[in-house]
Design a binder for this molecule. Sequence first.
Ligand code: ADP
Ligand code: ZN
Length: 733
Amino acid sequence: MKQDSPLFDLELETRSVPVLVPVPTERPYSYAVPAGMRVEPGSIVQVPLGPRQVAGIVWDQDSGFVDPKKLRPITHVFDCPPIDHGLRRLVDWISSYTLSAPGMVARMLLRAPEAFDPLPWTEGLRHAGTEPDRMTAARARVLDLAVDGMAWTRSGLAHAAGVSLSVVDGLRAQGVFEEVMIPPRPVVAEPDPGFAVPELNQEQRAAADTLRAQANADVFSVTVIDGVTGSGKTEVYFEAVAAVIEQGKQVLILLPEIALTQAFLERFHDRFGAKPAEWHSDLPPKMRERVWRQVAEGTVRVVAGARSALFLPFNNLGLIIVDEEHDPAYKQEDRVYYHARDMAVVRGHISNFPVVLASATPSIETQVNAQQGRYQRIPLPQRFAEAALPDIRAIDMRKAPPARGGFLSPALLGAMKATLARGEQSLLFLNRRGYAPLTLCRSCGHRFQCPDCSSWLVEHRFRGQLVCHHCGHNERRPDSCPECGTLDHLVACGPGVERIAEEVVQHFPDARTIVLSSDILGGVKRLRLELDAIAKGEADIVVGTQLVAKGHNFPNMTLVGVVDADLGLANGDPRAAERTFQLLNQVTGRAGRTGKESHGLLQTYQPDHPVMRALVSGDADAFYEREIAERERAMLPPFGRLAGIIVSAATRAEAESYARALRRAAPPSTEIDVLGPAEAPLALIGGRHRFRLLLQGARRSDMQSYIRNLISAGPKVHGSVRVQVDIDPQSFL
Ligand code: ADP
Ligand code: ZN
């Protein structure tokens, strides 16, 4: 049977179709197709489910013959282009790879229900060619705008002409305007691939030619652009975007922090004369609907979005770019645990188009894929034009510690002073929100802990609160210890960005200092304004978390100080060194993007750690080689496979006994080891107690089948117990 033909038609005898509904079911349910209704695979339909009506997607194979007379009928077919074959196969693929119910994966496609029917047209006015009885200045302004016959909304026309609505209404009453319906406005204009074609240097040209050739070949491929920060990776992959737009196809650009990437949208606009459509969780609902609908209809050509953009209803996708492909934000750890970079590659494979991964510090998985020839690698080892990479040094905190009570070493303070004196900007990076990560009582030693999580409460002095960063629990910071009652004996231990800013102000009272973290009041909008202000030079010293590390261009920033370079190293995660290297490389890469001499200073107690050495020497290759060899020796990904099974329950005893029972049920295997259960490092989150099993297997082992068997051999999930599978875990907490 041909894949995309209207399978379920009036003429067919079996008048039932499978419909995937957004609930945790293992398979689509069958529904009857009422006489006269036309549906095909991918159609979005409304069906009864228990007492409710839900939206679902008509799926491909029926699960077997069911007598349609016994089935409930489809209630309604939405007037919407069907979900494309490639996206349907992606749902199946993700479901079987991540061991999530297909309905829960499909749910991610169905998040804009208002857009399933065409967007409404709005009422408008058009000049009918007649003249008003009497001309006034206000009327003349209105007619000036409308005389070319374009349709306007009533308020839009009044606003543009700078007149009150009554002027427009007066003209309409005289028949000067006729009423027309205006189709929904496109969310973005059509991008023009020839709008501002850059002059690429030789290296960039070669890279762009390769990408263009791939885009034109119209077959699956994966290409890694491995280029230092500022080498022009974006400029280069825009050429592939241009090629695909020329072919009339759609493009998806995935970005890890889309809510902050105003700068990216503007750059795209400079190159293509129009912005891409944005897609992320902060989009207002009406905008979400319009983007979703216009992607489905094909009028939106390019989307720049967060990982969930993978589930937009593209019908003609020809390229996916994954920018900063190493970024941990691509892994979703909520309901369906999937990695958007890997799923982008799967999507390209299914629908036969190229995928481009860009990074200054590609993940080890991607590097090994390139070494073994599965991915093609294009290096861009130099910064564009005269911009030079910053000179990086380690500050040995054992030898030159900060003054008592402080966190900034004399060497770092000295460099900041010199930078200020040159009228340039400094960035102090610390990946910790708030004022202090721990508060304790000096009298009895009491530590403030979240009642629902195994984590310390973080002091946010600005808000006067103690906050749990896992569940959001917050309480007022008391004046006396709740344990022993002693007054004024609480101390803040360790620094967060707020505390570093306080220290900065003590040292440089006249400098303009800004603190940036996701706690900023006013949300994303405010953050964008602040980032803009920094780029324009309206701050001297910026203290920030990783929010400032990503993708921003601050032309006058010439010093980056890392307050605690060791922070991410000691957490027992097999990727700790790699992650720290990637993050610090990205942060220090904020310096010196316009050719001024620039510096990166790393405050560390382990200046001989391979990560520090790699950053200081700039020899990433040696670092990666070692890390890759180490992974291979330990049979860790990508040389072996990992999976986590997280058992949680309302009580510790319940979670532990279920996890142990599951462990005992593990079938014997020569290829897969089951480790644990162990209490999770975050033993309690949101009031749920957690235990983890870790499965480690050979590269070719069938982890999914093994886990399926394990779970069905285990005891029935009962009471408050929940079991979550995490294939290729990125977090072990
Ligand atoms: P990356 O993505 O590798 O960090 P970008 O593409 O952001 O690098 O380029 C860094 C800076 O250099 C940007 O401001 C970009 O506009 C500029 N740039 C890079 N290549 C060119 C070029 N060929 N012509 C003009 N400007 C360029
Ligand atoms: Zn909590």
